[in-house]
Design a protein around this ligand. Structure first.
Ligand SMILES: [Zn+2]
Length: 71
């Protein structure tokens, strides 16, 4: 990569704020704001990722919060 290309990459990195994140647990990307998945579940009914993947990433977080607050 030349210097000019490197500058462009750095500029892009400053301007674009990714609104999605990767979940290694479900091997999928989701929107941070809404918890919606970028990719639909695959058609493999035995898929170890999609089988346990919640409909919404935030549902899982809510569950975890409830667990922590349960005392
Ligand atoms: Zn799958």
């Amino acid at each position: 990569m030349n210097d000019e290309a490197m500058k462009n990459v750095q500029r892009l990195g400053e301007e674009i704020q990714p609104d999605f994140a990767y979940s290694a647990e479900y091997d999928a990307y989701y929107y941070i704001d809404t918890g919606e998945w970028l990719d639909p579940k695959c058609s493999d009914i035995s898929c170890r990722f999609c089988n346990v993947r919640p409909e919404n990433m935030k549902e899982k977080r809510v569950d975890e919060t409830k667990k922590e607050r349960h005392d």
